[in-house]
Design a binder for this molecule. Structure first.
Ligand SMILES: Cc1cc2nc3c(=O)[nH]c(=O)nc-3n(C[C@H](O)[C@H](O)[C@H](O)COP(=O)(O)OP(=O)(O)OC[C@H]3O[C@@H](n4cnc5c(N)ncnc54)[C@H](O)[C@@H]3O)c2cc1C
Length: 292
């Protein structure tokens, strides 16, 4: 199928893009890498009157180490992050997660910020941002607001972004050097969207108990999910097998009753969620460094 007719603009400056968004509001869509938007247009599941192509706005193409977080601008492709020596050195979990997104061809075009803006609950990056309690920067001609991940994702393909706003940056908080981290997903074939995925970041105490835990999931609900009860069941323990079994049982309860589709029943997703919880937590804990 071919997309419905639309007006096309490709501004070279952020201010121009924001002015166009102010003018067209709900009738406009931002085009970044096009890896989700173009299929939606072709299938006629989206029909914006205007497309604002941000690919020529060079001021949005940056990856920067800031105090407290890694900042990624709105036109940075997945592949740029995957190959960046800065990210490899300072945020290896982000590289690990990005490598699970689709295929290399998709990652050559798709953007980090586009994946966040698209807000697919089966996508990897929204779950990572939720796990790390990261933030996005939204801009309009009226100014800028910084939105925490927990307030940004509001449901299936939905966010708290206003029609006249666009995302200019995503912020991934640093992980302390002592923390162990892991990302895993279960998919039928490599490159497919995952049936279920999980990310964990665990920090040990001086006497090697779990001091803090962040555990989040993709593919188990209409939103990326941070599972506080799973985290609470791990904190203060030494992560023995009994603790992992208990955490896995709790994790099952986070799978929404409506997560049934042609790929998996709810029961199957619950079983996968329990199993992946044990695996991801075990792997994250194994990667921790002893506190000195
Ligand atoms: C075969 C295939 C396999 C895939 N597999 C995966 C996968 O395993 N995991 C995964 O996460 N994704 C997967 N995807 C989806 C895709 O990779 C991402 O959703 C995509 O890369 C999003 O980034 P983009 O730059 O292409 O966004 P676009 O397609 O350009 O835009 C997506 C949406 O976000 C909005 N948007 C983009 N940028 C901004 C911005 N700066 N401000 C506001 N709104 C914005 C657009 O208006 C649109 O609504 C797959 C896609 C294909 C075609």
């Amino acid at each position: 199928m071919k997309p419905p007719r639309f007006g096309y603009c490709a501004p070279g400056m952020l201010d121009e893009a924001l002015a166009l968004l102010e003018q067209h509001g709900e009738d406009a869509k931002i085009l970044a890498g096009g890896q989700s938007l173009i299929p939606l247009l072709n299938m006629r599941l989206a029909g914006p009157a205007y497309i604002i192509d941000i690919n020529h706005i060079s001021e949005l193409n940056y990856i920067e180490a800031e105090e407290g977080y890694l900042a990624v601008g709105a036109t940075v492709r997945h592949r740029q992050v995957e190959r960046s020596s800065l990210v490899k050195e300072k945020h290896p979990l982000l590289v690990e997660v990005v490598q699970h997104i689709g295929h290399m061809q998709i990652r050559n075009r798709g953007t980090i910020v586009g994946s966040i803006a698209h807000a697919d609950p089966a996508a990897e990056l929204p779950a990572l941002l939720t796990c790390l309690v990261g933030e996005v920067v939204a801009q309009s001609i009226h100014g800028e607001r910084v939105i925490k991940a927990g307030e940004f994702f509001t449901g299936y393909l939905s966010t708290s972004l206003n029609p006249e706003e666009m995302l200019t940056e995503v912020r991934f908080p640093w992980i302390t050097p002592q923390s162990g981290w892991a990302f895993m997903e279960l998919a039928r074939r490599s490159g497919d969207y995952a049936l279920v995925g999980a990310v964990a970041v665990l920090t040990p105490t001086l006497d090697d108990h779990c001091m803090s835990a962040h555990v989040a999931y993709l593919g188990i609900s209409g939103n990326p999910v941070r599972a506080r009860e799973v985290e609470d069941s791990i904190i203060g323990t030494t992560l023995d097998e009994q603790t992992l079994e208990h955490a896995a049982e709790i994790a099952r309860t986070f799978v929404s009753d409506d997560m049934e589709d042609v790929h998996a029943t709810v029961d199957y997703r619950r079983a996968l969620t329990a199993e992946i919880t044990k695996r991801v937590v075990r792997a994250a804990w194994a990667r921790r460094k002893a506190m000195k």
